[in-house]
Write a protein that binds this ligand. Structure first.
Ligand code: HEC
Length: 127
């Protein structure tokens, strides 16, 4: 009787520790995946950014564009400094800069997307 109880208790304990071991293993795996990606972030790829910026142009590509409702001007970002664009998009994504439309747009972007898009817009002449 005693032996049976001990066995149950022991297997119960090992059942509990298994998920947390798994969690640690996953965490380690994620760190391995994330680290090389952030090292590769140094430069934006303007070529890739051109494709990714397609949705942005619906608003940012039009001169003197004003939304119908609510009425606001869309800032021109072509020719803007790359670092400024990266900072702005990260701020929208982290919601430290408020604007519902841009927060929704930036929420879809990865760090690499932001770098690429910023590189592309920065390379566009400010006509
Ligand atoms: C539905 C229209 C719309 C779309 C689509 C859109 N934007 Fe915007 N964007 C705006 C408006 C309006 C503002 C001004 C928001 C504010 O006042 O902070 C803005 C602001 C910005 C700013 C800050 C500019 C500045 O001068 O500080 C950046 C950078 C930007 N958008 C980049 C993008 C990128 C990149 C995309 C595509 C992923 C995109 N936007 C898609 C409407 C849009």
């Amino acid at each position: 009787m005693n032996v049976t109880l001990k066995t149950v208790a022991r297997s119960g304990a090992s059942n509990i520790s298994l998920p947390s071991k798994l969690g640690l293993a996953l965490l380690g795996l994620m760190a391995c995946l994330v680290l090389p990606a952030s090292v590769a972030l140094a430069e934006g790829d303007a070529g890739a950014g051109g494709d990714k910026a397609y949705t942005c142009l619906g608003c940012h590509g039009v001169k003197h564009y004003v939304n119908t409702y609510p009425t606001y001007h869309v800032p021109r970002i072509a020719g803007q400094h790359e670092a400024y664009l990266v900072a702005a998009l990260q701020a929208y994504r982290s919601k430290t800069r408020s604007h519902p439309t841009m927060q929704a747009n930036a929420a879809l972007l990865s760090d690499q997307d932001i770098q690429d898009i910023a590189a592309w817009f920065a390379a566009q002449g400010a006509e």
